[in-house]
Design a protein around this ligand. Sequence first.
Ligand SMILES: Nc1ncnc2c1ncn2[C@@H]1O[C@H](COP(=O)(O)OP(=O)(O)OP(=O)(O)O)[C@@H](O)[C@H]1O
Ligand SMILES: [Mg+2]
Length: 593
Amino acid sequence: MVAPTHTVSRIRVLPSAVADQIAAGEVVERPASVVKELVENALDAGATTVDIAITEGGRNAIRVSDDGHGMSRDDAVLALARHATSKIRVAEDLVGVRSFGFRGEALPAICSVSELEIETASEDGAGTRVRAAAGAVASVDEIARRRGTTVSVSRLFFNAPSRQRFLRGPRSEWRGIVEHLTAVALTRRDVRLTVSHDGKPVLSLPPAHSLRARIASVYGGTLADRLVDVDDVYGTTHVSGLVERPADVGVGSRRVHIAINGRAVRDAGIVRAAELAYRSTIPAGLRPSLFLELVLSADAVDVNVHPAKSEVRFRDRWGTERVVENAVRRALGTFDAAGTLGRVSWPAPRTESSEVAEVDVETLRPTLPPDDGMFAAAGSTDVDHDAPVDETGQQPTPDVREPVSVPPLVQLRRTYLMFEHDEGVVLIDQHSAHERVLFEQFMRVLECGDAASQRLLFPMTLHLAPDESDAFEANRDVFERLGFEIEGFGGHTLLVRSVPMPHPRFDAERCLRETLAALTGNRAAAAATRHEQLAATVACKAAIKAGDLLSPAEMRALYIALSETKLPAHDVHGRSTIVRLSWDELERRFGRR
Ligand SMILES: Nc1ncnc2c1ncn2[C@@H]1O[C@H](COP(=O)(O)OP(=O)(O)OP(=O)(O)O)[C@@H](O)[C@H]1O
Ligand SMILES: [Mg+2]
């Protein structure tokens, strides 16, 4: 038993200066967080121009000027008091709050660990200058200035040496600031932004009419040209933005930007969901550039869970991630997502549809039925529209969809199919295209378990190497679901009784041998699961090859089947199945424009 040694209370209320410094720790971690708070205040004030000047990575000075609504003299002083905010009044205002700020914490927190000066005017002419340091107001003066506010923060952490020691070098802190300002530039494209570092102008961004235009002025036109549009609405969720064409992934630095309800956030789950959409289009290990903006109803998301407001909580995280995945996947399935021969990007798809083209060739993708809910797992719909290559070129299954109009096709070098498109010349790699068709067909079979298989009159025997028979055993269930009926025959010998019939030219023995050989090698596949891996390998081995002469009917059937896949422009190894050369580019090359 421990008896109390004294009766004096141990708990003490902290002096407010100490409390403020502790609170500041949550808001002000580094120069970048100061920049973030000041810029957010400027945007909340309705600024159309924000000028940011940084010295020594923000360790020495940070100045943010805006042309927003400014503050009166009283407000300018009050702004430095804790929990003083003009943005909410009662707790209910917090739900769905639209401004960046609402805590009334940022300025007092910053002020408690720096020297701070506010110059502000709510109309041109009479303004106020407030100077403060370490949380205490030193002077309040009348000044002349234009409407707007300039907040200058210098000597960050001058009175908090333990925090100052955690600051990194100017270059590293500057990088953090740039990262944050880039996010602001991408989300608030309506605002003119200028940034300078140590007196040198770094960024000067005019207001931009589109995300693509902002990306071009921030990162350059090359990246902007590598991106395809995402734009989908599911229920009350709107997903829009730009994502990298699979064929270009890995070419340049990776950039990721996610905004939710107008606020840039970090959200690994949303990024992962978008990356899932690239499954089977890019090699494992490569990661695409993503610029995605989500708009959700206010009650579906809480962006204010984190003290720095950089993380979000979704009411239905899983559902939201599926919406993102489906939206990106649909974008990658468009014709625009195909690789291009020229450097110009394909013009945005036309919406006009002529009498001839019942299904616009432009979007070489299946027209999704209107009720194709976003929560339907990829590949689980449309089980009955497989379009295997068939001698007659007819689709054997009666198809309820609108017929695809097929342009005249020419085979080149027994390898490529070429056709004329409204906007250019298009080449299809016949092997890659067929591989994509078969891959999706096999994935449907694996998901719905309805393999068409053919019993062999004479079972075939396969003698395998030990590692090949291990590979078979490890994947036996998947082979069976694909329609192979195989018995072990002692030792490393297999007896194959039935085989699937994906198309008339299918050579089951060769496919099986090559698949097993491929499974023993550890080659990187663009697949996420064992199912996908195997479906991709079998598809590759089962597909028609370069060098196979195709009849006109076969070419037509392949064209139709490809147009009905979800990702027609990409094979299962992350290569292009389609490349296009636009008329624009041709005209440029021939000097016609
Ligand atoms: N650039 C500015 N222009 C006009 N008013 C400003 C500006 N910066 C701050 N203010 C005023 O000062 C108040 C306090 O700002 P502060 O950043 O401390 O809190 P907040 O923005 O309300 O909330 P939060 O702590 O979440 O940022 C704001 O509510 C606003 O009224
Ligand atoms: Mg604020």
